[in-house]
Design a binder for this molecule. Structure first.
Ligand code: 2BA
Length: 107
């Protein structure tokens, strides 16, 4: 068994959730916050059989769009550039981690 942890954009959350559920995966969505942009994103957790990992990842990738976001960057430490300037970063589609699960129980 594997635990899939997938960080995706909030806007893709409902689609990813419904597609995974339709394909028979059990999913839990957690509200999360990215450390760099400090804006909300969604983290999905799902425990699945080893042979279904690729299928779940394909679905997450398919429905997670890549986006460009603007973030204020603090340059006040620099002697030549003062203040805070917006920078563009590309976010996503999805950041996915796959972990081994030793045991899964429902009580
Ligand atoms: P954030 O930490 O808010 O990062 C948003 C985007 O900002 C990142 O997109 C990346 O393009 C950029 N970024 C992040 N840290 C940076 C830095 N130190 N310098 C320059 N640019 C930086 P993604 O890589 O697609 O990540 C999207 C979200 O996925 C992240 O939101 C974070 O919540 C999560 N994430 C990504 N990598 C992770 C990791 N190794 N461990 C845990 N969470 C991760």
């Amino acid at each position: 068994m594997k635990l899939i942890l997938a960080v995706i954009n909030n806007d893709d959350g409902p689609t990813v959730s419904s597609r995974l559920t339709k394909e028979g995966f059990q999913v839990t969505k957690l509200a999360s916050t990215g450390g760099f942009l400090m804006s909300g994103n969604s983290t999905f957790i799902s425990v699945i059989n080893d042979d279904e990992v690729d299928k779940a990842i394909e679905t997450i990738k398919k429905y997670s769009k890549r986006r460009t976001q603007t973030a204020p960057m603090d340059f006040s430490y620099s002697p030549t550039t003062m203040g805070s300037y917006p920078i563009e970063v590309t976010v996503g589609g999805a950041t996915i981690f796959v972990l081994n699960v030793e045991r899964c129980e429902r009580a």
